[in-house]
Design a binder for this molecule. Structure first.
Ligand code: PEP
Ligand code: MG
Length: 846
């Protein structure tokens, strides 16, 4: 075994590093330290004779690796080499690796019986884990897999359960265990999507950043591969020497919570009040009460990870066949949702079909089958996991949620490969409790039997949440693992409006909740039945209720939901999955298709709002420290007129014979209004010069989403035909709290009086100049906000199509004149909570 010497200026530093290295090393690794001049009393300095003694103490046939700190430590070590025998000198390697990190890495590697050169190489790359952790790029060792591609490879997947994951000590134990076997081995962080790296290298294992909860895959090839994987599985059961800790003590693991649950139900009989409630994220409105049933997903069989299939072409064929089956299933779900009037949600499955055909999935799968002789299951599973992990690692919450979509498609193909189909059915109405639900699971649910959905994980932008909203199933997501502990058949109340779940409610409360549920069902039925009728207030005013859309499918959904037009067409959504810029002709075609669906209804089209959290693959935005405060929307057009000019011409071409209005986003100043109007005039002139018909009298508006524009609304109003208030952005900019950041989510409440005062100011300014004004942020569809906005005099409410029927229904019960006082009153309050309470007090039935 290679011996190690640690040389430092400081006695204490040398002893400390020695102690750490000994902890990491296997027994039998010889390590000696030479620090200071003469023990703790003369702790600083270096002495060549001490270094010589240390070298001789650990010398052996495999050689000695010496690690030094700096300056005279190096000189003293070089001098020490003059005192040792020639034979010893030949075996000593002075290594430039960092002292502390290098010593620990070398100690582990020496313990594996590695050569002097390999131990030194491992010490040299010891900065890699730290650099990776800190996100710094340094030249590292080639991340290669030592596992043979010709030999049979077996694989093991396991979840790391110790609290700190594979940090230094557990990683060392892992590598030492690997080193006990002759097989070549790799490890890969499946959850974070890392490459398969040499499991014999402490640095490469540590740079995988394997944390608690991560799934890792260990590959082994060689005579004792099975024994090696068994030993690692055993090690994982001990938490890699650290013990097992629950993931989050505030949200205990499902296992831990199961044992706590009986106590909950047992005690409930003694109490008048509900025993225990859980708070999650309100994902789909409505009230449900009923018995709990656990959702059991159909899981494909565990992928038998054997390489070396004899007929890769046949495996590839099997994969094609399975994709075909999955395609049929997805198309069926798509058709079913479409028939149910959920065109926008059916579009989720359009995206699933794209995943199924995505070359970024197919090409690596094909390479794995033909190049590594992987089975179809292994090849598909690997690329799906890698892709899903890449989505999950992104900063944007919406994109992170797409990982579930990729896995859903992946699972369907794996099920098809196993000759299975997802099947889950309820024989009686129940509240379905699940860890999480894939979109296909949600779409396949029988609406007549599922009273509500509760999930431990997930957010309000997950597709299952979106689908639940469309299917009209009340849902609360993100409840944490405790919800999984509620025993089957326990009576539960789900309040999809507030996100509250009540477990085993007392008898007296049950009647109240049942009454609330029937009131909700009646209201919903009535809302759907009257959705095509106008929203006329009790004092006879027709309120324009229109839709926010981003596709042809949305346009269809909007019309079906009773939209009287479009208040916001988010044009950037049309180009999200494009790698190259759409031509003017392509844009014209897309707009024509959407306008055709809307017929003669008014359509407000917003020009490209790229930047902030919205990126288009074909527009290189470049790095900005605060992208929401950076080159977004109109600010980008100044630099890239080539983006806005063709879009305006395409819109004008498509607008002929339609009631199109053009709106510009992210306006902060009067000068910007002049600038965008200039582009529009130019587009009109260009088309006229080319003899292309285009409207010249269409309405032009701006979005009010920057406080500066709200404050100066009286100056901007004369320059435009209308305003549309983007409350999503107006709130984030007013509160200085980024809209996608959960840590400041408590601030991004559009009902805050600070935001409401700006809205009031904008409405007044617009009306003073004879302009109309709408709201197209989420606030417009919020049933608590609608009475306030109406009282403030808002002209147009633009919202998600699904929100239209209940919004219209509410508006029909309201009296605009009477709400003026409430609207003025809430402006004087000092919190969003106080605003909500005031609305509840004024309109108890709402
Ligand atoms: C808004 O900011 O309120 C808005 C409607 O625009 P977007 O959500 O697309 O930024
Ligand atoms: Mg906006």
């Amino acid at each position: 075994m290679v011996g190690l010497v640690i040389v430092s200026h400081s006695y204490f530093l040398a002893q400390g590093v020695l102690e750490l290295a000994r902890q990491m090393a296997a027994p039998g690794v010889k390590i000696a330290a030479a620090g200071g001049l003469d023990g703790p009393d003369h702790a600083l300095g270096t002495d060549p004779f001490m270094v010589q003694q240390a070298i001789e103490a650990v010398d052996g046939p495999d050689g000695v690796l010496v690690l030094m700190d700096l300056g005279s430590a190096i000189l003293s070590t070089e001098m020490a080499l003059e005192f040792v025998t020639e034979e010893t000198r030949q075996r000593v390697l002075l290594c430039e690796a960092p002292l502390v990190e290098g010593a620990l890495a070398a100690a582990v590697q020496a313990g594996l019986g590695s050569s002097l050169a390999v131990t030194a190489a491992e010490a040299r790359s010891a900065l890699l884990p730290k650099a990776t952790h800190l996100g710094v790029q340094i030249a590292g060792p080639v991340v290669s897999s030592p596992v043979s591609t010709t030999e049979r490879v077996i694989q093991l997947r396991l979840t790391v359960r110790n609290r700190l994951g594979l940090h230094a000590r557990p990683a060392a134990l892992f590598v030492r265990t690997v080193g006990r076997f002759a097989s070549s081995m790799t490890v890969r962080n499946v959850t974070r999507g890392g490459p398969a790296v040499n499991a014999h290298s402490i640095n490469l294992v540590a740079t995988q950043a394997i944390r608690q909860g991560d799934e890792i895959e260990i590959g082994a090839s060689g005579a004792d591969a099975e024994a090696a994987l068994a030993a690692l599985a055993q090690l994982a059961d001990t938490g890699f020497g650290d013990g097992i800790t629950p993931v989050d003590s505030a949200a205990p693991s499902a296992d831990a919570a199961v044992s706590a649950a009986p106590a909950l139900t047992a005690a409930s009989a003694d109490l008048d009040e509900p025993l225990r409630s859980l708070q999650g994220i309100a994902a789909a409105p409505g009230i449900a009460i009923g018995p709990v049933r656990r959702f059991e997903p159909t899981v494909p069989p565990v992928v038998l990870r054997q390489r070396g299939v004899s007929n890769p072409a046949a495996e590839w064929e099997r994969l094609q066949g399975a994709r075909q089956v999955a395609r049929q299933n997805i198309e069926e779900m798509h058709a079913r949702l479409w028939q149910q009037g959920a065109a926008a949600e059916a579009a989720i499955f359009d995206a699933h079909l794209l995943f199924l055909d995505d070359p970024a999935l197919l090409e690596p799968a094909q390479a794995a089958i033909f190049g590594q002789a992987d089975s179809a299951e292994a090849a598909w599973h690997d690329i799906i996991e890698t892709t899903a992990a890449a989505y999950a690692a992104l900063d944007d919450a919406y994109l992170q949620a797409r990982a579930a979509d990729v896995r859903d498609v992946g699972r369907q193909v794996l099920l098809a490969l196993a000759g299975q189909r997802a099947t889950f059915s309820l024989d009686a109405p129940a509240i379905l409790v699940a860890d999480d639900l894939a979109p296909s699971d949600t779409a396949n649910l029988d609406r007549s039997q599922v009273l509500a959905l509760c999930t431990a994980r997930g957010g309000s932008t997950s597709h299952s949440a979106i689908l639940a909203r469309t299917l009209g199933i009340p849902a609360v997501v993100g409840l944490g693992a405790r919800v999984l502990a509620v025993p089957t058949d326990t009576l539960m109340v789900v309040n999809g409006d507030s996100g509250e779940v009540i477990i085993a409610p007392a008898a007296a409360a049950v009647a109240t909740w049942e009454a609330r549920r029937s009131a909700w069902l009646d209201a919903r039925q009535q809302a759907a039945a009257t959705s095509q009728q106008a929203a006329v207030t009790t004092d006879g005013m027709h309120v324009e209720v229109v839709a926010n859309i981003g596709s042809v499918a949305d346009a269809l959904a909007a019309v079906a939901a009773g939209a009287e037009g479009v208040g916001l067409l988010r044009t950037e959504f049309l180009y999200l999955d494009r790698a190259v810029a759409p031509s003017e002709a392509e844009q014209t075609d897309i707009y024509r298709a959407i306008f055709a669906v809307m017929g003669q209804r008014p359509i407000v089209v917003r020009t490209l709002d790229v930047g902030g959290d919205k990126e288009l693959a074909y527009i290189a935005l470049g790095h900005e420290d605060n992208p929401f405060l950076g080159t977004r929307a109109v600010r980008l057009y100044r630099e890239r007129p080539d983006l806005i000019e063709p879009q305006l011409r395409a819109l004008l071409r498509a607008a002929v014979g339609r009631r199109v209005r053009i709106m510009f986003p992210m306006i902060a100043t009067y000068d910007e209004v002049v600038m965008v109007r200039g582009w529009l005039d130019k587009a009109q002139r260009d088309l006229a010069a080319a003899g292309v018909p285009a409207p010249t009298d269409l309405q032009v508006g701006i979005m009010i989403e920057i406080p500066a524009a709200a404050v100066l609304a009286d100056k901007l109003a004369p320059a435009v035909d209308f305003f549309s208030i983007g409350t999503n952005d107006l709130t984030q900019y007013t509160m200085a709290a980024e809209r996608g950041n959960p840590r400041v989510a408590y601030l991004t409440d559009a009902l805050h009086p600070a935001v409401l005062r700006l809205i009031a100011q904008v409405i007044t300014a617009a009306h003073d100049h004879g302009r109309w004004v709408g709201v197209c942020g989420e606030l417009a569809g919020d049933l608590t906000a609608i009475p306030i906005l109406l009282g403030l005099g808002l002209d147009e409410f633009s919202m998600n199509p699904a929100a239209i029927p209940p919004a219209k229904q509410l508006l029909r019960t309201l009296n605009r004149q009477a709400l003026r006082d409430l609207a003025s009153h809430v402006l004087t309050l000092n919190s969003a909570q106080a605003v909500r309470a005031a609305v509840r007090a004024a309109l108890p039935a709402g």
